[in-house]
Every structure is written in structure tokens, then in C-alpha cells.
Design a protein around this ligand. Sequence first.
Ligand SMILES: [Zn+2]
Length: 172
Amino acid sequence: MATDDGDAVELPCGERVPADAFDLGMREYGCACGAAHAVVTDAHPPERFLPGVVVETLREAVETTSEEMPEFGTPHLLGLVVEEFPGEMAVAEVTDDPDLGYALLWVSGFDSRSLHETIVELVVEVMEHAVSHAEDDDAVRQFESSMLDFDVAEFVERYRAERDLSADDVRV
Ligand SMILES: [Zn+2]
């Protein structure tokens, strides 16, 4: 589309922002509306939100039908959020500008920590669903009892602190 603001992304708050305002290193966008919006691109690994072992489990447990994205990854995680909160998520395909380093961009109405907590909550639901279809009563019981002690906010707090201390390649 060759319109004047064809590359502008309309954020959930209604602001229109040029796509090139969002770069790969950005996790949060300080918006003119006064809010901080979480920023995610398809170049960010799912490990931004989840430990590698959980990502591996999801890759095995979740069947993906998309030919473009055969492996469970960041687009699927964000897809869960879009499904749950369609009014809170802006999704933009950025194909005009290969220099940006990403092709898909998500900007949420809420901030980066809230998005992280939302993703973890939704992933717990997905795993619960997968386990309940496993026809293994022990596995279901085991999963449910381990989830009783699981505190999403606490997990996210700890994960973000650890991630920020670790290697550069996951500092996104
Ligand atoms: Zn805004």
C-alpha cells in the first residue's frame, strides 16, 4: 500500500506511529498518550517470556498448522494474547522495510510486564488444556498440584530479573 502513512501502526490507544519508530531492541514504547506500551517483534525469541524448557515443551505439545510458522514461537504466543484481548493489541506486518529486521510487530495497550504476565497465564492455560487431553490421570494430577503453587507475578518478576542479567542475545 503506497498511501502516505501506509507504514504507520495504529496503536490500541488510537495513536498512529510510523513503523520505523519501533526497533529490535525496544521492549516498551513511551507513547504520546502517556502510557508505556509493550513492543514485541517476530525476531524476539519466545525465551523473552518463557524458560527454554517450557518453550521446548510447547513445541512438542502444540500442533501448529501454519506453513509460514511451523514451529511454536513468538507469533503463536502473541496470537494467544490477540485472541484473548483483541482490543488491546495492535498487530502490524512490516514488509516494506527490510532494514528493520522484523516482519511482524505487536504493540499492546498494556506495559511490558503486564504483557509478560498475560502470556504466562495464557501459556499455563494452554498447557492445562494439553495435559487434560493426555488421558493420563497421574500427569493431570501432577500438573494441577504443581500449578497450585505457581504464582505468575512472582515468576515474571524473577524471570525478568534473571533474563536481564544474562547474555545479550536474550536481552530483548
Ligand atoms: Zn498510546
